[in-house]
Ligand binder design. Structure first.
Ligand code: UGA
Length: 430
């Protein structure tokens, strides 16, 4: 983060529409960079909660930065879009684009906000879209706004759980616009950050976002195939991946096998990309198979647990982790939830625990409030989310609690050596 003397007085007047994790994180971080920011949302109750320090999402570091910036007056919250944009130089759109039944992204919320904006936005205010939108959406936004407001596509690359740090330490900033001056102005908002800026056209900027998420999803599908293959041939998946990681062409990031990829972005964006491609008669077999491989991986994990479970007759299974990854309470498209639901449908008794996520209603009956409670009387323990507190599992903590002797670690966070020579069996995929 920036220290006080690196910050200058307010630079630009920025409005951010939408206070989801992208909007609120971006708004708070722009304020942290010195801009005067108003975050707008039509949900008054949500704004009141944020104002009083109760953020709707868990995002490390965000609560502090929001409180600090509200305190010094750089960050304001409002449900009055008209008033907020009356003094704005930049309006960021951070709105949900949920999936429709055919996988395509629903841009109706975004477009209706733009239509509303078009009634009163002062000429010259730059409108920037951060929402993940089908390619060519910027053109639609420009058509709705007319020629008096330049439109810029500026996709976000913020991971849940590290959105603040990703905003302040970006790998790159992508700015797509046909208006060179507007693009430069938007770049100026980020001038305190040290990152390469990719100036491009709007369609390319929108495509970069979809391809980045699809590439990473495909990379993890591949990594999970490495784990499945290693499992069968007696190789150690982590050793294999370590061997790959030193090749700079492969790289060491996004190389951790797990229970499959999930969350609110990869599943939605890969399907939306396929839907876009289909609509123009194009096949994208790599993306299609990344999704297929991920589904196969989930089934493989369930099957692995089932095989172990059946050796116990009528087992109790402790589920550790429900969120789609650590450091977030988000359970959308969470592999941990999907695997748990599958196990429940197979008739097993589950006890699930997550330090942050409540989990969906479908699993609420299985929910307990500590690791200890989950383990008590369990035959099998399955680690599905890489929360640090699960990494400490060891035979001496398990012994007085578990009835069975099997631990399945789908995240490879538990130290195998602790289990060697004990009555417990620690299983991983590969
Ligand atoms: C993802 C992208 O990483 C962000 O750059 C992007 O901005 C964001 O989507 C978005 O479109 O808004 P996020 O969904 O928060 O971010 O999660 P990631 O940290 O990328 O993880 C996605 C999934 O891949 C998780 O299920 C995670 O457990 C899994 N994963 C990730 C692995 O299984 N192995 C890895 O090595 C990395």
């Amino acid at each position: 983060m920036l220290s006080g003397d690196q910050l200058s007085p307010s630079l630009s007047n920025v409005v951010v529409v939408g206070t989801g994790y992208v909007g609120l994180s971006s708004g708070a971080c722009f304020a942290h960079l010195g801009h005067r920011v108003i975050c707008v949302d039509n949900d008054k109750a949500k704004l009141d909660a944020i104002e009083s320090g109760h953020l709707p999402i868990y995002e490390p570091g965000l609560e502090e930065i929001v409180a600090e910036q509200i305190g010094i007056g750089n960050l304001k919250l409002s449900n009055d879009l008209r008033k907020a944009v009356s003094g704005a130089e930049f309006v960021f759109l951070c709105l949900p684009t949920p999936p429709q039944s055919d996988g395509s992204a629903d841009v109706s919320i975004l477009l209706s906000v733009v239509e509303t904006l078009s009634n009163f936005i002062p000429a010259g205010v730059v409108v920037i879209n951060k929402s993940t939108v089908p390619v060519t959406s910027s053109r639609l936004v420009q058509l709705l706004l007319g020629d008096d407001n330049p439109v810029v596509a500026n996709p976000e690359f913020l991971r849940e759980g590290s959105a603040v740090s990703d905003f302040l330490n970006p790998d790159r900033i992508v700015i797509g616009s046909n208006d060179k001056q507007a693009a430069e102005l938007v770049a100026g908002l980020y001038s305190r950050l040290d990152a390469p800026i990719v100036f491009t056209d709007p369609a390319s900027a929108e495509t970069i976002k979809y391809m980045a998420n699809s590439f990473l999803a495909a990379k993890i599908s591949f990594v999970n195939e490495v784990a499945r293959f290693s499992h069968y041939v007696g190789a150690d998946a982590n050793e294999v991946l370590r061997g790959l990681s030193f090749d700079d062409r492969i790289g060491s990031q996004y190389l951790s096998p797990g229970p499959g990829w999930g969350g609110s972005c990869f599943p939605k964006d890969t399907k939306a990309l396929l839907a876009s491609a289909r609509s123009i008669g194009l096949e994208l077999p790599m993306v299609e198979n990344a999704i297929r491989s991920n589904e196969m991986h989930l089934d493989f994990i369930v099957e692995t647990i089932r095989k172990e479970a059946d050796s116990y007759g009528n087992p109790v299974i402790a589920i550790l982790g429900l969120s789609f990854k650590a450091m977030t309470d988000d359970v959308r498209e969470s592999p941990a939830v999907r695997i748990s639901e599958n196990l429940r449908d197979l008739g097993y008794t589950l006890r699930s625990y997550d330090p942050m996520a409540n989990g969906p209603d479908s699993l609420s009956a299985t929910r307990v409030s500590s690791v200890k409670e989950a383990l008590r009387g369990a035959h099998i323990t399955v680690v599905l989310t890489e929360w640090p507190e699960f990494a400490g599992l060891n035979p001496s903590t398990l012994r007085p609690l578990m009835v069975g002797k099997t631990v399945i670690d789908t995240r490879y966070i538990v130290d195998k050596r602790r289990f060697e020579g004990t009555e417990f069996q620690l299983l991983t995929i590969g």
